[in-house]
Design a protein around this ligand. Structure first.
Ligand SMILES: [Fe+2]
Length: 245
């Protein structure tokens, strides 16, 4: 009977090789690097439509993003997690790949199996849980680690109302990737459109009848707030007042 172990311990390495637990960095994960570069291109080359506020927001996002890419941060992968609405993701990506933001739709598709989809609210209405989820691609919780901004995607099923909400201290922009949608009943946004929600601005989103809606978003704000955004759907009274009903 031999005392030789049949398998090596998991952390066994050749002399001089990095330990198996070394976290990959951004440049070790090309799909994530290209995704961030495509995000950067949106905020670098798109138009501000003549708005000084939107121009300043776009600059804040791309400054933080280009510093992030240059820093080659460590990657921090979480457990991939689908949600019911992610059954609509292939259709959203197909639409996105035919639209004005095709590069980002394709690069998101490359990392789709690794995405952690979540709700962000302690209590999410049951109907919304079937039709909405978001995933972060950069931020305090990774996968691309940064304290300075959050980048992610929101996915909404057809015929969905994402109820009234706001973000304390956080400046948020959405860029349409796929689908038609409206915010506060004020306009219909098509792929390529950008909308800026300033801190505390109440907003409610509705989506079109037939296709899902995929939005890229960027958050800029104080580090402590980006770490703990404390997302809450607005109270019904406040929500009704904001909607004028
Ligand atoms: Fe929002």
């Amino acid at each position: 009977m031999s005392s030789t172990p049949q398998t090596l311990p998991a952390d066994a390495t050749e002399a001089g090789a990095p330990p198996a637990s070394t976290a990959p960095r951004l440049f070790d994960t090309p799909d994530w690097l290209y995704l961030l570069r495509d995000f950067d291109a949106l905020y670098r080359h798109g138009s501000a439509g003549g708005s000084r506020l939107i121009r300043a927001h776009r600059k804040r996002v791309r400054d933080a993003l280009s510093q992030l890419i240059d820093a080659n941060p460590a990657m921090e992968f979480r457990q991939p997690a689908p949600k019911p609405v992610t059954a609509h993701l292939p259709r959203a990506l197909d639409l996105g790949a035919r639209g004005a933001v095709d590069a980002l739709a394709r690069s998101l598709g490359r990392v789709a199996p690794a995405l952690t989809w979540e709700y962000g609210y302690d209590k999410v209405p049951r109907a919304l849980a079937q039709k909405y989820a978001y995933c972060e691609v950069a931020g305090p919780r990774g996968p691309v680690r940064t304290e300075r901004l959050v980048l992610g995607f929101v996915l909404l099923a057809p015929r969905t109302t994402y109820p009234q909400h706001s973000h304390a201290e956080i400046e948020e922009s959405y860029i349409s990737i796929a689908g038609a949608w409206s915010e506060n009943d004020t306009a219909v946004h098509a792929p390529g459109s950008l909308i800026l929600n300033r801190p505390a601005h109440e907003h409610r989103i509705t989506t079109a009848d037939l296709d899902p809606c995929l939005l890229a978003y960027a958050w800029i704000g104080p580090e402590a707030r980006l770490n703990a955004p404390g997302m809450k759907l607005s109270t019904s009274r406040r929500s009704r007042m904001a909607q004028g009903i």
